[in-house]
Ligand binder design. Structure first.
Ligand SMILES: [Fe+2]
Ligand SMILES: [Fe+2]
Length: 359
């Protein structure tokens, strides 16, 4: 069964029960420089096909054990890439056409015209060569895509780490100035993310709101620290200075590509639905959903935690205050959610963790 002539494994298999036809074909192919193995029956051909992958099979349609068509059918199950050329007598043309319909490459009529046979085999080999090249090209392309994707994932992980350490530095800078609000940003971030999740927002949106919560007060780095630490309510003039922090925060974050989409939440977290908020006095839908979520989280956290100028409220009292301002100052849907999940929100406040937990 060795390939004839070339010493390398043959790419063509000739299957015919007639020795003379086999001989005629293989000799011709050898002269054409094409190595061929032979099988004297369909059964032997199946065995050989399972051992080697042939590019082309020349199969007689009429054979005593397994017919050429049956051979093709069975071979297709495990050797889809092999091109089948059926050899048939005139009376069997219908069978050969049926094989073509099933996906066979070509058929040749007996008595064989060897030039036609040579042409058909070469065409089949060429088709196989092109398919192989295409497959290799596709595989190389897929590998390239996989490699490039891995590189991009790696790069985005690095960027993410860089981003987190930038945020961490910003928060530390703020907390170093304002000891009373230490942890406030983290707690607001976690409450905001929790409420966003309960609102049914997608996980990228939840993540964005979490970051917005983390950075909502970052503009306070530009506010004089004495103002932040005053042990009494602020005068109107002092408060005017505090009121610049949303704009200042937006200014800090806007140039950072990865964070610029947090601007609406940072800028808008002190806006109120009735227009009484600052800095722009926006109303209702003019205030982004992110800003409305952070606003509720911020107000609740601030009311339930110690401040230099007042004692904390109990969570019931804080929710009551939010409730009485719901629909007027705060988004009612969000206040309702906070009320419904108050126990979980309180446990977030009491177990608020480090920045590393930010997804
Ligand atoms: Fe604020
Ligand atoms: Fe705040």
């Amino acid at each position: 069964m060795e390939g004839e002539g070339t010493g390398t494994h043959a790419t063509v298999l000739v299957v015919d029960d007639e020795p003379l036809t086999r001989e005629l074909i293989t000799r011709f192919l050898r002269r054409e420089g094409i190595a061929a193995d032979v099988a004297i029956s369909g059964r032997e051909a199946l065995y050989l096909l399972q051992q080697h992958g042939y590019d082309v099979v020349l199969a007689d349609v009429q054979m005593p054990d397994i017919s050429g068509i049956e051979l093709y059918r069975r071979a297709k199950a495990f050797s889809q890439d092999t091109a089948f050329i059926m050899i048939t007598g005139f009376s069997d043309t219908d069978t050969a056409i049926q094989a073509l319909k099933l996906g066979a490459f070509d058929y040749l009529l007996k008595p064989l015209n060897l030039d036609e046979l040579g042409l058909s085999v070469r065409k089949a080999l060429e088709k196989r060569r092109m398919e192989r090249e295409l497959r290799l090209y596709r595989e190389a392309l897929e590998n390239k895509v996989v490699r490039r994707t891995e590189e991009l994932i790696d790069r985005s992980r690095q960027l993410r780490r860089l981003l987190l350490s930038t945020i961490q530095t910003l928060i530390f800078t703020l907390e170093a100035k304002d000891k009373y609000t230490e942890g406030h940003s983290r707690r607001v971030a976690q409450i905001s993310a929790f409420l966003a999740e309960k609102l049914g927002l997608s996980s990228p949106e939840v993540r964005r709101i979490e970051l917005a919560g983390l950075l909502h007060d970052i503009g306070k780095v530009g506010v004089h620290e004495q103002l932040l630490l005053l042990p009494r309510p602020l005068t109107e003039e002092e408060f005017a200075q505090i009121r610049i922090h949303p704009e200042l925060g937006a200014k800090i974050v806007r140039p950072l590509d990865e964070l610029s989409d947090l601007v609406p939440a940072i800028l808008g977290h002190h806006e109120r639905l009735d227009g009484s908020g600052y800095p722009q006095g926006l109303t209702e839908d003019e205030i982004s959903l992110e800003a409305r979520i952070v606003a509720v989280a911020d107000a609740y956290e601030a009311m339930t935690c110690i401040r230099p100028y007042r004692k904390p409220l109990t969570s019931e009292m804080a929710v009551e205050r939010l409730r009485s301002a719901a629909g007027e100052k705060f988004d009612k849907r969000i206040v309702d959610l906070l009320d419904r999940w108050r126990e979980q929100v309180d446990s977030i406040i009491h177990t608020s963790t480090q920045i590393e937990t930010v997804r």
